[in-house]
Design a protein around this ligand. Structure first.
Ligand SMILES: [Fe+2]
Length: 160
């Protein structure tokens, strides 16, 4: 694998772990507010980000590239409202999508077809991630206090 691709994937897999921490902080914001459904939903989101990182790590190891684990900034822990959490999340996912698109661009330039094929999964996944948060934002904006209570119950039913 080209050194440029190895470095770019290392950056991305570390960003996936950073994303996991972003959602872990949000999970605990909701735990503190006794919103069990949101807490559950964000716990799954947290695990999903670790799975995204693991998938990149497996790919690197399969191709004989060296994985490098790095550090990152503290995530945001305090929020004004549910809506602020969700809008922060959607913006975060848009940034992830932008970065995945850059990876695809690099794979194209390097004619790294195996990486291109591998990255397709992430392109599809990002469409789903952005849609999930957009939908939640729409729902929360529509609902009042009792509605949030009902939505919280619905979110409690999320499975992997
Ligand atoms: Fe991710």
């Amino acid at each position: 694998m080209d050194k440029k691709m190895i470095d770019a994937i290392n950056t991305q897999l570390n960003f996936e772990i950073e994303s996991a921490h972003v959602y872990l902080a949000m999970q605990n914001y909701f735990a503190n507010k006794s919103l069990k459904g949101f807490e559950h939903w964000f716990q799954i989101q947290f695990r999903e980000e670790l799975m995204h990182a693991q998938k990149f790590m497996d790919y690197m190891n399969d191709r004989g590239a060296r994985v490098e684990i790095r550090g990152f900034e503290n995530p945001k822990n305090e929020f004004e409202s549910i809506l602020e959490v969700l809008k922060t999340s959607l913006n975060h996912e848009k940034e992830v999508t932008r970065r995945i698109n850059e990876l695809v661009k690099l794979a194209n330039e390097l004619k790294d077809y195996a990486s291109l094929s591998f990255l397709n999964w992430y392109l599809d996944e990002q469409v789903e991630e952005e849609a999930n948060f957009s939908e939640l934002i729409d729902k929360v904006e529509m609902l009042g206090g009792v509605g949030i209570f009902m939505l919280d119950k619905e979110l409690a039913g999320r499975s992997e």
